[in-house]
Design a protein around this ligand. Structure first.
Ligand SMILES: Cc1cc2nc3c(=O)[nH]c(=O)nc-3n(C[C@H](O)[C@H](O)[C@H](O)COP(=O)(O)O)c2cc1C
Length: 358
C-alpha cells in the first residue's frame, strides 16, 4: 500500500509532466462574453483589484489553491508559493495535510508563516479524515499546527472512486463538516477538486456552516485523468471529463447562496477571471498554472501572476469597471453549451446576462 506521502508526490510529478486537463469538456468561459465599452469612464491606473475576503484584505481577488505538502519538494513549493502570495497580497492554501496527520514530522512541509506572515492562509483536509469522532480534533490540529486563518475541506468523490486505493466513503460527510464548522474558531471553506458543486450541495454546505464555497468545476485539471496516468488502468478514461463546467457551477452557486464564492477549475487567464467575477464569484482560484510556473522558479511564478493580473485589469478597463463591485454588476452574454446547461437547470439566460448579480 502506497503511503499518502508517496501518493502526493506522484500526483505532483504527474501534474507537472503529463497532460492532465479536461479533453472534451471546457469550463464554459468561452461561452461568456463581457460587453465591450467603447467609452470607459475610467483611467487604467485607477482600476482597483482590492477586495476583502472573510474579513481579510487582499490586493487582488485571487487564491493560490491547495496543492502540496507532505514531502520535501512539496514543502519547498509551499514556501515559494506562499512567499509570492505574500508579495502579491493573495490568499494561499496548503495541500491536504493528511500526510501531516499520519506523520506529524511532515507537518513542517506545510508551515509557511515565516515567509507569509500576512497571507490569508488555509489549512486543508478531506472528508475521509473528518469522519469519525476525532474529526473536529484533527481539523483543529491541522489549523493550529500551521497557524492558518481558515480550513478548507476538499470534496473529491471522483478521485476517490477512480483511484485504485481510494476511499469512496462519504456517508456522514455533511454531518462531519457541520461538526468541524461548529468546533473551529476559524471559518471553513468547502471546495471541490475539479468536478464542480451544484446548488443543492451548496445550500446543504451553507446550512452546515460553510463560510465560503469554492466550486472548483470541470474544464481544468481532471483528477480522473491524474489517477489514470498513475494507475495506467481503471475508471479514469471513462470519467476523464466528468463534472459541472466551472462557469455553470459559479452561476448555480452564486445565485443560490449568500456566502462568498470562489471560482476555480480551469481558470487560466485574467480574462477567465474577469468572466468568473462578472458571473458572481468573489475570488478566483488557481492551481495547475501556478504549480507549473512555481516549478520553474520564483521569476516564472512572478511573471505568470503579473500578466494574469494585468489581463484581469485590462478586461475591467474594456468593460468600464473601476472596481470589482462594478465588474460583478456588469452585463454579459452567455451562449452555446453553457446557455444550454443553464436553461436545462432552470435559469433565465436573459436575466443572468443583465448584470446586478450580487
Ligand atoms: C498537483 C495538485 C495537487 C492538488 N492537491 C489538492 C489537495 O491536496 N487538496 C485540495 O483541496 N485540492 C487539491 N488539488 C485540487 C486543486 O486545488 C483544484 O481544485 C483543482 O486542481 C482545479 O483547479 P485547476 O484547474 O486550476 O488546477 C490539487 C491540484 C493539483 C494540480
Amino acid at each position: 500500500m502506497r503511503t499518502t506521502r508517496m501518493r502526493k508526490s506522484e500526483h505532483l510529478e504527474i501534474c507537472l509532466r503529463r497532460d492532465v486537463e479536461a479533453i472534451l469538456k471546457s469550463t464554459g468561459f468561452e461561452d461568456v462574453e463581457l460587453i465591450h465599452d467603447a467609452l470607459p469612464e475610467v483611467d487604467f491606473d485607477e482600476i482597483s483589484l482590492k477586495t476583502t475576503f472573510l474579513g481579510k484584505k487582499l490586493q487582488a481577488p485571487v487564491m493560490i489553491l491547495p496543492m502540496t505538502g507532505g514531502h520535501p519538494r512539496g514543502g519547498r513549493l509551499n514556501l515559494l508559493m506562499a512567499s509570492i502570495a505574500q508579495e502579491f497580497g493573495l490568499a494561499f492554501g496548503v495541500g491536504s495535510q493528511r500526510a501531516g496527520l499520519e506523520n506529524p514530522r511532515l507537518m513542517s512541509t506545510y508551515k509557511v508563516r515565516k515567509v507569509a506572515p500576512d497571507v490569508f492562509l488555509l489549512g486543508n483536509l478531506g472528508i475521509p479524515q473528518l469522519l469519525g469522532k476525532k474529526g473536529p480534533q484533527l481539523a483543529r490540529y491541522a489549523v493550529e499546527s500551521i497557524d492558518a486563518d481558515a480550513l478548507s475541506i476538499h470534496l473529491n468523490p471522483l478521485q476517490e472512486v477512480v483511484q485504485p486505493e481510494g476511499q469512496p466513503t462519504f456517508r456522514g460527510g455533511l454531518r462531519a463538516i457541520s461538526k468541524v464548522c461548529n468546533t473551529l474558531d476559524v471559518p471553513v471553506i468547502v471546495k471541490e477538486t475539479g468536478a464542480g458543486i451544484n446548488r443543492r450541495v451548496a445550500k446543504k454546505l451553507v446550512s452546515a456552516g460553510a463560510a465560503a464555497i469554492d466550486v472548483s468545476g470541470a474544464g481544468g485539471t481532471s483528477w480522473a485523468g491524474v489517477e489514470l496516468h498513475r494507475a495506467g488502468r481503471g475508471l479514469g478514461a471513462t470519467f476523464w471529463d466528468w463534472g459541472i463546467p466551472t462557469a455553470v457551477a459559479v452561476i448555480e452557486v452564486a445565485e443560490s447562496v449568500s456566502v462568498p464564492v470562489i471560482a476555480s477549475g480551469g481558470v487560466r487567464s485574467g480574462l477567465d477571471a474577469a468572466k468568473a467575477l462578472a458571473l458572481g464569484a468573489d475570488l478566483v482560484g488557481l492551481a495547475l498554472p501556478v504549480l507549473k510556473a512555481a516549478a520553474k522558479g520564483e521569476k516564472s511564478l512572478r511573471q505568470f501572476l503579473t500578466s494574469f493580473l494585468l489581463e484581469l485589469k485590462a478586461a475591467m478597463f474594456l468593460c468600464g469597471c473601476k472596481n470589482l463591485k462594478e465588474l460583478c454588476n456588469t452585463e454579459v452574454v452567455i451562449t452555446g453549451r453553457t446557455a444550454e446547461w443553464l436553461t436545462a437547470r432552470g435559469f433565465s439566460i436573459t436575466k443572468l446576462c443583465r448584470g446586478k448579480r450580487r
